[in-house]
Each structure stands twice: as C-alpha cells, then as structure tokens.
Write a new protein. Sequence first.
Length: 201
Amino acid sequence: MMFLSWNLPMYEMRKDVKQKIGLDDLVDYVNLPADAEVAEVGVYRGESCRIWAENYRTVWAIDPWWENVTWAPKLSNAAQLNKAISLGIENLSDLFTVDIEKDFDTMCKSYPNINKIKATSATAASLFDNHSLDMVYIDGDHSYLSVMEDLSLWINKIKESGWIAGHDYSSEFHPNVIKAVNDYLGEPDEVFIDSSWVIKL
C-alpha cells in the first residue's frame, strides 16, 4: 500500500486509501498545471503533501506540530490489538503514541519540492505575497472560529481563478468545518470521497 510503510490498524489503512482516492480526484478536478504552487495549512503526517508533490512543482507544508512523541504500539501483540479494535474505533488513539513532525519528516524526505514551514497559520500566511498561490488546502484546527480565521488569512494569497480547498467537510464528524466554509465562501463546488472540498475563486 503506497501510504503505509508500517503496520497500522485496519481502520487506519482504510482511511488512508479513501484519502488518497479523494485527493487524486481533487487533483483531477482542479486540473492545475505541473508548475503550480500550492500550500497546505495543517499537514499532520504529510499524506496529502505527497499527493501535491507528485503533481505540482512547489508545495508549502505549514504546521506548528505542537504534538511531539514517538510512534510506537502500546500493545504487545496482535491479539491484544485486535481485541482493542473490536471495542470500537474511538479507542484507537489510545493504542499508539505519535511523533507527528518526525513522521512527516520521514514520509516527505524524498520530495525535494515540499518546503516545510513550522509555524502557525497566521505567521506562515504573512510570508506569502497576495495572489501568489494556485491553490491553498486548509486542514488545520477544525473549530468554527479557527476555520474562519484560516480562510480569511489565506483567501487573498490565492491567484485570481485559483482554488481554495480543504478537508473534513463532514456533517457527521466536523459540522463546524461545514458551517465555516458555507458562511465564508458558500457551498463547495465539489466534495470528494475523503471529505475534501474545493471552490474556484
């Protein structure tokens, strides 16, 4: 499997496959040229950054990476892991500890066109000229006010006829994202299988 180089629970594998399909569909939908410049705000482990890097010349990966521990299974064998998974996916976060930034560095080190910026959204936005990016993908803090802030910080950084996009447009899991996107921009032009959304400016 392209996204996974270690043994993760089946739920995580299914999630990563769905994410790759959704992001590939988004890339096809926006149809940007290969020399495009894109930024992602809130990159976590870098799964989506790698999709952008395989398709576009320049990728800006922006995240403060405030969480910082080591990826390591807390359970000692597969039987314990399977039993824990059977209790429900809400317990999966208890099975692992995560060094998110180190994971990003490892996963993205072979992509020289990924430019890492360890900063908050506001600090990073100040580094870019207005109308300089072909697309910005928002996947930071999912609270209503934070999504609204990210949209307001980055909307003017995008070229005319460029694209603003993001993740977790999901009424089941992230209703605040839906409300913020709809209130600030209106309904997306398209929502994909991984809950990514996109709007042409």
